[in-house]
Design a protein around this ligand. Structure first.
Ligand SMILES: Nc1ncnc2c1ncn2[C@@H]1O[C@H](COP(=O)(O)OP(=O)(O)OP(=O)(O)O)[C@@H](O)[C@H]1O
Ligand SMILES: [Mg+2]
Length: 241
């Protein structure tokens, strides 16, 4: 589904090595968690995957499509929820959702059904006719999330999606992630909430200072640090070394 090969990215003319030769793969039907301390390189990696940043070197294959060679084709396979919900404030919620549905060419019937469904799931049906500028932080996040769910892509990419969501929305999002994966689609997301990652993810990669320091199933990660360990203990030990 997603293959990351020898991917690197520096900032400030090479003086900051944000992502340093990383490799991993997200398989069909898999929820893959991307963990790491602040500044480890998670957002930089995600922005390269979704085409917002150009890698210095390395390859990103989305369903075997090279995202640097066939950017539009690659983008059709994914949807992306950024860490900061920067939305068009002067649009109403419903105008934003229709705009996104237009961009991805979602037909009238599907869009109506999906929009109504997700507005109800995320309790945004009352606010959808208001300007986005009047929304709270969490509401903005939810409208971006719904926008990302409208075209049902095979790969769903989220950067710290649980931040700012209320408990019910967070629960519903986890259910949506699971449902997607049971249909053979994949989810790739970064998080600092290790309890969520431990319960939800099929596999996990931990990045530290731009390098992947561990990856695998919970079983495989426990094999590194001890069978009784929680993901939190494993994470703290690995990132302190
Ligand atoms: N636009 C930028 N210009 C210069 N340096 C940057 C830029 N964006 C990120 N960095 C640096 O790159 C490194 C990786 O940052 P990144 O945002 O990818 O981390 P992260 O893992 O997403 O962190 P967090 O958990 O805090 O979101 C950090 O050292 C950061 O300071
Ligand atoms: Mg980040």
């Amino acid at each position: 589904m997603l293959k990351i090969q020898n991917l690197s990215k520096t900032y400030s003319n090479g003086s900051i090595k944000a992502v340093d030769n990383i490799n991993f793969e997200v398989r069909p039907g898999e929820i893959f968690g991307f963990l790491g301390p602040n500044g480890a390189g998670k957002t930089t990696t995600i922005k390269m995957i979704v085409g917002l940043l150009r890698p210095d070197s390395g390859k990103i294959l989305i369903k075997d499509i090279d995202n640097q060679e066939e950017m539009i084709e690659a983008k059709k396979q994914i949807s992306y929820v950024p860490d900061n919900p920067e939305v068009f404030e002067k649009l109403k919620g419903i105008e934003y959702l229709n705009f996104i549905a237009d961009v991805y060419g979602v037909n009238a019937e599907d869009r109506k059904e999906r929009i109504n469904h997700y507005l109800e799931v995320f309790s945004l049906d009352k606010a959808v006719n208001d300007l986005i500028s009047s929304y709270s932080h969490g509401m903005k996040q939810k409208i971006v999330l719904i926008g990302a769910l409208i075209h049902e892509p095979d790969l769903f990419i989220l950067d710290e999606p649980m931040v700012g969501l209320d408990p019910k929305s967070s629960f519903n999002l986890k259910e949506i992630m699971r449902k997607r994966c049971s249909e053979g689609k994949s989810v790739f997301f970064s998080t600092h909430v290790l309890e969520v990652a431990e319960k939800l993810c099929d596999r996990i990669a931990i990045i530290n200072k731009g390098k992947i320091i561990a990856q695998g199933t919970m079983e495989q990660l426990r094999a590194l640090e001890g069978q009784e360990q929680s993901l939190e203990q494993i994470f703290l030990e690995l990132t302190e070394q």
